[in-house]
Design a protein around this ligand. Structure first.
Ligand SMILES: *Cc1c(COP(=O)(O)O)cnc(C)c1O
Length: 416
């Protein structure tokens, strides 16, 4: 592999093009493993940004991609439809919450979030509320990197730099009540007062249910979502759940919102939707949202790409065929035991586990070079960032693999 070309020409995520951080060269991946060019095998402790939920290169998904690529790799979706798009809708009907069955296929998670927000705004305009054009959000949220999605993500550093480009939204303090603590009514107060004050300008609330991922790695109380549903109904505001990270079993339920038994008006799914193979996401709306929208104003070139739809249909079948409930419960138990001793590490402020997600909140993370060294020493691929050393392993990772991941997390926490 010519890494000089990589350094000379390629931009990596959240990195400098001219002073790039170190990279490892992946040659193949199968099951829970990433295999480097020199044959080194690393457990993918974060499922390649949480998408390879059942491991890499699942044979049925690869086969579906191969067959579809040979038959019909792509065709435009305006005025035409195709079998993989329909097959995927039939599979989604088996897993999506009943009542959220109007599917818009989007190219990525961020685009699905853009679509969800556009649906909300078109719905409000069509039902006589053209003034409801903004979105209310929770601080600590993450919904993607496109402009609209950034505008509803935590107002950290990025918002200052992109001021002027980003539409201004309404932010409420994040839910303070922990997932497993007794419910604290005060935790909903910031959102309640925000809605009371500004409902007339708000089209929808968007939230990652129960688990705030990328920007907070925080599990909050499901009761918050029941309060949120009630408040949205009271104020004529739509509710969007972003289940892109949490969908398909990651937190131990099919959807994290199942912990609350709350149905949103629009839900986004992505990431594990194609079992980590190709990019596809869905914005799923209820009939109530879809009916008043005369013409939905979105239609990307590669909408409903047949290869992506075939991959997603095969992935949903895989999800349905697995005992993922037992797998995530086993991983949760194992992570809780294996990470408990980390509470004693001086650099560790908090240890949190739910389903197949394990988080060490730390004072400081190691530098990229140390992280790379620890990956090679422990044989575990992890990517600490901000104040988090975390794992979201493939569900197929066995107990020995989980223990090894926990050891690598501890090594990363201890390395500063
Ligand atoms: C990853 C993520 C997104 C963005 O998805 P992309 O496919 O990276 O655009 C949106 N919302 C949540 C909750 C995510 O975790």
């Amino acid at each position: 592999m010519n890494l000089a070309t990589d350094r000379a020409n390629l931009w990596h995520p959240y990195a400098s093009a001219v002073k790039p951080p170190p990279v490892l060269d992946a040659a193949t991946a199968d099951g829970a493993w990433i295999v480097l060019d020199d044959g080194t095998r690393l457990i993918d402790g974060i499922s390649s940004w949480w998408c390879a939920a059942y491991g890499h290169a699942c044979p049925t998904v690869v086969q579906a991609i191969r067959e579809q690529a040979a038959k019909l790799p792509h065709v435009m979706f305006a005025g035409l439809t195709h079998e993989p798009a329909i097959r995927l809708a039939e599979r989604l009907n088996l897993v999506m919450p009943r009542g959220l069955n109007r599917y818009f296929y989007a190219d990525s998670g961020s685009i699905a979030v853009e679509c969800a927000m556009k649906m909300a705004i078109q719905y409000q305009a069509a039902t006589g509320h053209p003034g409801r054009r903004r979105i209310a959000v929770l601080k600590g949220g993450y919904h993607g990197d496109t402009v609209g999605a950034m505008s509803v993500s935590d107002p950290g550093g990025m918002h200052r730099i992109f001021r002027g480009l980003l539409p201004e939204q309404f932010f409420a303090d994040r839910p303070s009540c922990r997932f497993d603590a007794p419910w604290d009514e005060a935790s909903f107060a910031p959102m309640e007062s925000l809605l009371e004050e500004h409902a007339g300008e708000i089209a929808a609330v968007i939230a990652e249910p129960v688990f705030q991922g990328a920007n907070a790695m925080w599990f909050y109380h499901p009761e918050y979502l029941r309060k949120l549903r009630e408040a949205c109904d009271r104020h004529g505001v739509l509710l969007i759940f972003d289940e892109i990270a949490t969908g398909f079993g990651r937190t131990g339920r099919t959807f994290a919102s199942d912990y609350a038994g709350v149905l949103p008006d629009i839900m986004t799914v992505g990431k594990a939707l194609t079992a980590g193979s190709v990019s596809l996401a869905v914005a799923a709306a209820s009939d109530r949202v879809a009916e008043p929208i005369d013409v939905f104003l979105h239609g990307p070139t590669f909408m409903a790409n047949p290869i992506a739809c075939a991959a997603a249909a095969a992935s949903v079948e895989l999800f349905l065929s697995r005992d993922w409930g037992a797998e995530t419960a086993r991983i949760e138990r194992r992570l809780k035991t294996a990470l408990a001793p980390c509470r004693a590490c001086p650099n560790v402020k908090d240890v949190r586990v739910l389903g197949a997600v394990g988080v060490l909140e730390v004072e400081r993370i190691p530098d990229p070079e140390t992280t790379r060294k620890i990956a090679l020493e422990t044989g575990v691929w992890l990517r600490p960032y901000d104040r988090f050393v975390y794992t979201m392993p493939p569900f197929i990772t066995d107990d020995a693999g989980i223990d090894r991941i926990a050891e690598a997390m501890r090594a990363l926490a201890d390395a500063v």
